[in-house]
Design a protein around this ligand. Structure first.
Ligand SMILES: Nc1ncnc2c1ncn2[C@@H]1O[C@H](COP(=O)(O)OP(=O)(O)OP(=O)(O)O)[C@@H](O)[C@H]1O
Ligand SMILES: [Mg+2]
Length: 392
């Protein structure tokens, strides 16, 4: 058939950008209690007092980042009515900035011109902190709020989460009140913070619970009004997306992805409307996509191990003992010219693959003489491994 011409014709979407993750809605639906708690926690700032440090936690997709953006935009706007206030806000997503040191470097750079950026390695930490205090002292603001989103990626050294909230008390910064807002979707993160950080960072803790199906339905309805052409969504579609997402995660991100993908499938198939069957198919595709992403991100020796097990599975030889997987693993390493790791390490890798749900294990017992051992098999379809792993 060859190439078709691109024509501007979309019977399903009026504006699909509204369903993308980077769309910036102007309101947070179904979160009045959280917004009100958030604003109370920031009230000292508008009153000209030192800020509280705030720690926000909740699972992925529950509106933490969006709430923070809306609340801080409003704070910046409302401060204008008070002459004695000059509130500044610096926001940093720490996902790819994974140490206290790197966060400090990034913060220093937010106060510099690109030509003056400091490199991400090379200075002693004390020097970086001194630069940071110098910038903060030169700021001339009444308050500076530092938003550190996705702070769980900070790793074991949480110095910055101690130093920043304590910058005034420790007399590093004098004329500007410093407040920190830390955001995390990792529940163990807070528990694992050192005691001194917990004390300083968590003046106020805000929890964002997962959304239920009703919440999600309202969020989707509002978004769908703008995203879809009138009448193309069949009645059960939004409730189904909401119910599925509520069941699996309570994440608005997931609900929006489902709805978007269902619409996309309808468009691809030249359907005149989006029906519930597309939602089920969308869910399947999103699920597969997630698994493939996870497979592609595995460390290389886990990949080779999984490749070995997949090949054994395809040859009809599973379930197998670990030593058979290891034997094939050694052969594959030889073929790809990679130095193999020990049997013991592969044992750990297989445990990790089990935890991720890629591999299943069945304990066998050969009675008094044989002892117990495990037999392993693949838990996902082999085609998924073939598609996701670069090594065949
Ligand atoms: N109450 C809401 N009203 C409207 N849209 C929402 C609401 N909550 C979340 N969303 C949308 O869902 C998506 C995820 O929200 P957000 O990025 O705020 O989640 P998060 O809690 O920060 O998740 P993560 O921990 O993964 O960073 C965004 O596209 C956002 O616009
Ligand atoms: Mg977020």
């Amino acid at each position: 058939m060859g190439l078709e011409s691109f024509t501007r014709n979309d019977p399903i979407f009026a504006d699909e950008s509204v369903l993308r993750d980077n769309y910036r809605p102007t309101e947070l639906i179904e979160r009045d209690a959280e917004l009100s708690a958030y604003q109370s926690a920031l009230r000292p700032v508008i009153n000209g007092a030192p800020p509280k440090n705030i720690f926000i936690y909740g699972q992925t997709g529950v509106g933490k980042t969006l709430a923070t953006r809306l609340v801080s935009d409003r704070l910046l706007e409302d401060q204008r009515q008070y002459d004695d206030l000059e509130i500044k806000i610096v926001s940093l997503n720490c996902k790819s900035v994974n140490s206290s040191y790197q966060i400090a470097v990034n913060l220093v750079n937010t106060f510099r011109e690109p030509s003056d950026y400091i490199p991400s390695t090379g200075y002693p930490p004390s020097r970086i902190y001194q630069m940071l205090w110098d910038h903060l002292n030169a700021l001339g603001a009444s308050h500076l709020l530092v938003i550190l989103d996705e702070i769980d990626s900070i790793g074991t050294n949480d110095d910055i989460l101690y130093e920043l909230p304590r910058a005034n008390d420790n007399e590093h910064v004098d004329d500007t009140y410093i407040g920190v807002i830390g955001i995390s979707n990792d529940f163990t993160f807070r528990d694992n913070l050192s005691a001194r950080v917990k004390d300083s960072l968590c003046d106020e803790e805000l929890h964002f619970p997962p959304y239920d199906a009703n919440n999600l339905r309202h969020i989707l309805e509002r978004r769908a009004e703008k995203a879809f052409r009138e009448g193309v969504l069949e009645e059960g579609v939004i409730p189904l997306c909401a119910a599925r997402a509520a069941n699996e995660s309570g994440s608005a991100r997931m609900a929006l992805q489902l709805l978007y993908k269902a619409g996309d499938l309808a468009r691809q198939r030249d359907a005149v409307s989006v029906c519930e069957a597309f939602v089920d198919e969308a869910r399947q595709l999103l699920e597969e996509g997630k698994i493939k992403d996870e497979l592609a991100r595995l460390p290389v020796h886990s990949k080779v191990t999984l490749r070995a097990l997949t090949n054994l599975h395809k040859a009809g030889e599973t379930p197998v003992k670990r030593r058979d997987i290891y034997a094939l693993y050694l052969k594959l390493c030889d073929e790809i010219g990679s130095d193999p790791v020990t049997d013991r390490t592969i044992h750990d890798r297989i445990s990790q693959l089990r935890q991720k749900g890629f591999v299943e294990a069945d304990e066998r017992n050969d009675g008094i003489s044989g002892g117990s051992y495990y037999l392993y098999d693949l838990r996902i379809i082999p085609e998924m491994v073939d598609e996701a792993l670069d090594l065949q």
